[in-house]
Design a protein around this ligand. Structure first.
Ligand SMILES: Cc1ncc(COP(=O)(O)O)c(C=O)c1O
Length: 457
């Protein structure tokens, strides 16, 4: 790899156009509707936000960390359907397990016995620390967080829940209320939800001093509640908020404060779970805490709609008084997919790969920050990374338009990435965990090229 200094001295002009790493797979020709036809029908019939890109992409094939458009053009997928495709697109082992199960039986509900659920339960329970041993399965991250907060309220007999500013937990009534971004909530009635100051090392008033931010949680309990709370919910790395890693020392103090007020601590691992952050299987483990309830979604099923809530048998007791049922949850297909994902993560050392490739990618992004004023911050862990773009390093003015232009340029060069943050000025990198060093190099070279183009117009 050419070093940054070498590049600059030899080549002061635009960086060379990067060449995508070779790949073994070519998809079959596509003969379905074109992007224009699909867009027309979506606009006519679908209630939705507009898709990414001025010319939205029609993705028709995928293989591992790559996706292909209708013309067979290959893209490096650094977003993975927003952290969902954890093992890789159409991973052969996940695909085979699902197809084999489809041929036997697909769905009966938990009203009947079947081994796919119990095989999965045993494997997933082995991943949990402490007494987090009993699960309830659902279909989405929203549902998992809704149930987690319901359980906290039932268990404690309290209503107040503390969330963080800049958080995202879903789009149900309670989860939407806990969201700490104006862009992620409608004008709903929010009862019993309090937002503590987000511990943001880049923009926050206390920098990386986790303990100072933690005091804000105590302040909320003292000044905005009866002194008792149902619980506290947070991501260990805020995703939609712009890939903000909670500073060290924050969660242990907050958990202690919340528990002293009678509350339960909920860790939302929808994005961060399943080895994505590299150093640990769950991101909360990096903070030396054990939550009372953990929610998981997205990468759990590599694309199968599946989510779970895990807690202690004692807390789970609160659900025994009424019927709680979710029709599709834990059916044979989703539990088969879930088990296949765990097996692939283990067999292919995907967590270790997330650590090594993620660390390398982050180091290269930090080096790129020295080259371009527009890069305000590079952060994250493993294969959950963020690059915040600003027009002014001192003022940290969000470079919203430039971020969007960079997204477009990267797409042209064959890289798909996300945009997040309140000001949509953070590139978010959440590739499948099979991302390689060569992919990391290609990603950074493409970003280098895109930033150069945008900043030299
Ligand atoms: C941290 C976090 N929690 C919960 C959710 C909600 O998950 P879902 O979209 O599956 O309902 C998301 C979705 O982006 C998320 O990022």
């Amino acid at each position: 790899m050419e070093s940054f200094e070498t590049k600059c001295s030899i080549n002061p002009g635009p960086p060379p156009v990067p060449v995508m790493p070779p790949f073994y797979y070519t998809p079959p020709p596509y003969s379905g509707p074109s992007a224009e036809e699909i867009l027309y029908l979506r606009e006519k019939y679908l209630i939705e936000q507009p898709p990414y890109y001025e010319k939205p992409l029609n993705l028709v094939d995928g293989k591992m960390q790559y996706v292909f458009d209708e013309n067979g053009k290959r893209y490096l997928d650094a977003l993975a359907g927003v952290a969902v495709v954890s093992c890789g697109h159409c991973h052969p082992a996940v695909e085979e397990a699902i197809i084999n199960q489809m041929r036997r039986i697909q769905h009966t509900t938990v009203l009947y016995l079947n081994h796919t659920l119990t095989d999965y339960l045993e494997a997933l329970a082995a991943k949990m620390p402490g007494n987090l041993k009993v699960f309830f399965f659902l279909n989405s991250g929203t549902e998992a967080n809704e149930l987690a907060m319901l359980m906290a309220r039932l268990y404690t007999g309290c209503n107040d829940i503390i969330s963080l500013r800049n958080a995202y937990h879903g789009n149900g009534p309670t989860t939407m209320a806990t969201n700490g971004l104006r862009t992620e909530k409608f004008n709903i009635v929010q009862t019993g939800i309090h937002h503590a100051m987000d511990p943001n090392p880049y923009r926050g008033v206390f920098g990386s001093d986790g303990k100072k931010y933690a005091q804000e949680v105590q302040n909320i309990i003292d000044y905005a509640t009866s002194g008792k709370v149902a619980g506290f919910i947070s991501e260990a790395i805020q995703g939609a908020g712009g890939v903000i890693e909670l500073p060290h020392g924050y969660l242990p103090v907050v958990y202690e404060i919340v528990r002293r007020a009678g509350g339960l601590c909920i860790a939302d691992e929808a994005i961060t779970g399943f080895g994505r952050t590299g150093s640990h299987f769950w991101a909360f483990e990096n903070h030396d805490v054990i939550p009372d309830i953990v929610t998981m979604a997205k990468g759990i099923g590599n694309g199968c709609p599946l989510s779970a809530v895990v807690t202690t048998p004692e807390i789970a007791q609160v659900l025994s008084t009424h019927t709680l049922y979710s029709t599709f949850a834990a059916n044979q297909i989703s539990t088969t997919a879930g088990l296949a994902v765990l097996n692939v993560i283990e067999r292919e050392n995907l967590q270790a790969n997330a650590f090594s490739v993620g660390s390398y990618l982050k180091a290269r992004l930090i080096a790129l920050k020295d080259k371009y004023e527009i890069i305000g911050d590079v952060r994250g862990r493993g294969l959950m990374l963020g690059v915040e773009l600003v027009t002014d390093q001192e003022e940290k003015t969000p470079a919203t338009e430039e971020t969007s232009a960079i997204l477009e340029e990267m797409k042209e060069m064959g890289v798909l990435v996300g945009i997040v943050g309140l000001y949509l000025n953070v590139l978010r990198i959440l590739p499948p965990l099979c991302f390689t060093m060569a992919d990391a190099d290609f990603f950074v070279d493409v970003l280098d090229n895109a930033i150069w183009k945008i900043t030299h117009k």
